[in-house]
Structure formats: C-alpha cells, structure tokens
Design a protein around this ligand. Structure first.
Ligand code: ADP
Length: 509
C-alpha cells in the first residue's frame, strides 16, 4: 500500500542506511544503501542536526531532499511505524527544470499519483522548450529589428511613419539627426515640430494639408518642399506620402523625402540644352531638306541639257559616250539626294493616313524602275484585298520604291526570266506583302546587315546603301515589321507587315 501511494518512499535505519525503497526510487538506484550516497537534505539545511533522533523529535518537519545528480527533489515527512528504529520517508517527487526522466529509466506512470508533478513535469518540459524557442525568436526579432532600424538609418532618404492622427510613429536618423529630438517627436505632429524648431510655419501647414489629403483620399501624394527659396542656400526636397495597411489592418502613412537640389539644377540645365538641341536639330533638318529639295532642280536641268547635247549634230560618238557617263553620275547624285530627302522627311513628317490603292502604287513604282536594267524584268502581281487599306501613302511609297527597285537592280538576266513577284494580303487588321525576286540573293551572314545605314554587299551595281535603312525606318514609323529571306544565287524575298489603319482614317485624315 505504502509503495503504491509513495513510489519514491524509503526507510532508514538508525545508521542512515536505506533498508527499503519504493519501486520508482529503485529504478534510479537499485544497489545503493547509504542515505549520504544518494541524498542531500535541502530543507531544513543546517538549522537541524540531521541525525536519526533529531528527525524523530521533529515529527511535523517538512523535508526537501535532493536526489543527487538527477534533478529530482523529494518533498515530504519522516514517520515511524511501530518500530522506533526505522523511519519512513513519505514524500512526493518534485522535478527541476532540466530533469530528464527518461534518462533515469522513469516514466509518467512513476508519477501517476502526483498530478502536480506530472503537470509540473510537462509544464517544465514544454515551457523550457517554449521559453528557449521564444527567447530565440525574440532574440532573432530584436536582431532583425535592429538590422532594419540600422538599414533605415543608412538610407539616404528621410523616412517617417505617420498615423491617421498625423502623429509620427517612426523616424529614421536621416529625418532627425538628434537622438533626443527624434525620441521626442514620437507621438508629435509636423506642426509640433515646426513650432518647436521655429521653422517656417507655412511649410508645416502645407505638409499637414497634404498629409490630410493622403489620409482622406487614401492615395499617394507627391510634392516638393523648397527651403530658403531664392537664396544661395535653396534646398529642394522631393516628398512622398503613401498609405499602407499593416497585417492587423492598421492604417499608416509612409512619408519620405529625398533631397533633389542638384538633380533639379541639372534637370533645368538639361532641359535648356534639350530645347537648344531640338531647335538646332530642326534648323539642320530644314537646311538639309531645302538643300536636297533645291539641289534637285539644277541637277535635273544639267541632265536635260546634257541630253540635248547628246542629240546635237556636232557631237561625235566619243563625246556621246562621255556624256552618257556624265548622265550616269548625275543620276547617282540625284538618287542620293532623293534618299537623303526621304530620310529627313520620314523623320520629320507626321504620319498621315489615307486610303491607298496597292495595285496602282506597285504598278506605277515598277514602271519607274524597270528600265534601271537593260533587259526585261517581269512583274507578277498577286493581291488579295479583302478590305480597304489605310496607311501613310508617303511612307508606303518609300518602302515599295526601295524594295521593288532593289529587286530589279539586283536581278539576274542569265535565263532571260528575271521577275519581281509582288504578293499582298489585306484584311481589316493588317496588310502583309512580300517582294520576291529570282536575282542574285544575299549571303546568309549579311542578311541582317543590309538594313544598316550605308551597308552594301558589293559595288558591282551603283547605289548609296541608304535604301533599305530608310525603308526599315519607314516600316518602323508605321509600327510594322520587315524580314528578309534570301538564298545566295537564287533570289530574295522581303516580307513586310503593317497595320491597316482603317479605324484611324476618320481621326487622322
Ligand atoms: P543600295 O541598293 O543603294 O546599295 P540598299 O540599302 O537598298 O542600298 O541595299 C543594301 C544592299 O543590300 C545592296 O547594296 C545590295 O547588295 C543588297 N540588296 C538589297 N536588295 C537586294 C535584292 N533584292 N537582291 C540582292 N541584294 C539586295
């Protein structure tokens, strides 16, 4: 019975030898018999002489005895039954925080009658782990908090967090350098600060109004603060107030300011320079435009005069041959002027949409360029127009002219079957067309380069190297794409896709 009630009980004889012990205690030490080998009196400690008779004479004394080396205390009383030479210690075990009952071969059932111990043991165990975990978490949290505070202090921006009552809840060191003042400002408003620092109260009021606007409208507000306006010390600060909501639903405003005095000054200088450049650019364009425009008339006049000279009865064959060479050079010069003119116009002229007749345009263009070669080149037309086609006719002309004239220029007369095939499909969304020839083709590795300014594959045929560059610029202006497929010695196909601006016709015509 006693063993069931007190599984940690033990019986001492007069020489403090343990003559009997409860089954739970036996698990901790089975062999030991001497009290001093395993126990230490904790309470009472030194006040009572701890010998057999002294214990007998204080029957009501509460004892706390430590079991050496295992973090268990026994708490109870000594009693004697019939035999005055034996003392029974009836006590409950009490676990210290780091007691490891498993290591002692004990289990919960050893404490079954001692709920307080079990609860305590569980509590001690879990709380110890939890406390450690919590400690670690709070330690991590603290470290993280310090990390972010340090980081925010380093950001070259003054940063504050304001609540819906306009009160500062956080300020980084850049916002207020003085540590004491920064602490003072927590819970204060901008107005409090401006009054305390004797600053321009109007600036403070303006800030309050903008904060209020951000609060009421729940939107980000950006503005500039100018301090010492118009003086040498003028400072411009870009400020932003933006609302944010924390995880628990609380609303705050992140307000930050970035000094932009230098940026602003540079910006004004850049803006001025840009305006000057724009003006210069316009003047230059006008100059090139008028040069190219005005140059053409005397050149064409010279060409006409030379044609007349050729027909003159006094001209001999040699002179005629020389005049042909002069005409060739004049044509080359004229073509260059046309290319430069187109280039300038493409950059400067606004896009203007109108209805275009693709078939007519292609046929007209072909007529103009087919005589560039001394042999016959056939034009094949496949046009499927399911819809009207609206685009910028001027730029479309540049594109067609370059692609069709190149197809003729770089054709081959070897089999007497040189052709230019123009295929087009027009729908409401876009116009897709291709210009295919069976000419000399382009080496695969130069495919992309042909669109570069002044790039020419060879000098066999005269040209400027500007045509495809201007062509691709014109396609870009129309928001289209251009691609080239080519096989050296077999021919080339240029494919163009441009949007059909059918919907913009009314707006931009
Ligand atoms: P240009 O014809 O004045 O030389 P382009 O920019 O129109 O300049 O063309 C660049 C180069 O691409 C040409 O020099 C030519 O070698 C090559 N090229 C263009 N179109 C074709 C074509 N249809 N077939 C073969 N080569 C072409």
């Amino acid at each position: 019975m006693i063993d069931k009630l007190f599984p940690f009980h033990f019986v001492l004889d007069r020489s403090f030898q343990i003559v009997q012990k409860g089954h739970s205690l036996s698990k901790i030490f089975s062999d030991v018999t001497s009290f001093d080998d395993v126990f230490i009196f904790k309470v009472p400690s030194l006040s009572l002489e701890q010998n057999f008779d002294a214990i007998l004479n204080h029957p009501n004394q509460l004892y706390i005895i430590e079991i050496k080396g295992c973090d268990i205390f026994l708490q109870g009383q000594f009693v004697f039954q019939n035999n005055p030479d034996l003392l029974f210690f009836c006590g409950n075990p009490w676990l210290k925080a780091n007691a490891d009952i498993k290591k002692l071969n004990l289990s919960i059932s050893d404490f079954a009658l001692h709920n307080s111990v079990i609860e305590n043991a569980n509590f001690v165990k879990t709380s110890k782990e939890e406390i450690e975990k919590k400690y670690k978490l709070s330690d991590d949290f603290l470290k993280q908090q310090l990390f972010f505070e340090r980081l925010f202090d380093e950001i070259p921006v003054d940063m504050t967090i304001i609540d819906t009552e306009h009160r500062f809840r956080y300020l980084n060191r850049n916002a207020v350098k003085d540590d004491d003042l920064r602490k003072w400002m927590i819970g204060k408003t901008n107005t409090d600060y401006f009054i305390k620092k004797n600053l321009d109260i109007e600036l403070g009021k303006r800030r309050e109004t903008l904060i209020e606007k951000a609060i009421i409208e729940d939107v980000e507000i950006n503005f500039e603060d100018i301090h010492h306006k118009g003086t040498e010390r003028e400072v411009v600060v870009f400020r932003s107030i933006s609302p944010f909501t924390t995880n628990d639903g609380a609303k705050y405003f992140l307000a930050y300011g970035l000094e932009i005095t230098d940026i602003k000054k540079n910006y004004i200088v850049i803006e001025q320079k840009n305006k000057e450049l724009e003006k210069l650019n316009k003047e230059l364009n006008n100059l090139i435009y008028s040069i190219t425009h005005d140059f053409r008339s005397p050149i064409l006049a010279v060409k006409a005069l030379i044609e007349l000279l050729k027909k003159d009865q006094f001209s001999n064959q040699h002179t005629k041959d020389l005049l042909d060479l002069v005409i060739l050079s004049i044509d080359k010069l004229d073509n260059q002027i046309i290319d430069i003119y187109n280039f300038i116009v493409n950059i400067n002229l606004d896009v203007k949409y109108s209805k275009v007749d693709l078939r007519e345009l292609v046929e007209e263009t072909f007529k103009l360029v087919e005589h560039v070669v001394p042999y016959k080149v056939k034009l094949i037309l496949n046009i499927e127009d399911a819809s009207e086609f609206y685009t910028d006719q001027y730029r479309l002309n540049i594109i067609l002219n370059n692609l069709i004239s190149n197809a003729v220029k770089y054709s081959k007369n070897s089999d007497d079957n040189a052709f230019v095939e123009f295929t087009a499909k027009v729908n409401e969304k876009e116009c897709f067309f291709s210009v295919r020839d069976n000419g000399e083709g382009i080496p695969e590795n130069l495919k992309e380069k042909v669109f570069d300014i002044y790039f020419r594959v060879n000098e066999k045929v005269s040209g400027t190297g500007l045509g495809l560059f201007i062509c691709s610029q014109a396609v870009e202006k129309l928001n289209g794409t251009i691609e080239l497929n080519t096989i050296l010695g077999e021919g080339s196909t240029f494919t163009v896709t441009i949007p059909n601006s059918i919907e913009d016709k009314g707006l931009l015509n």
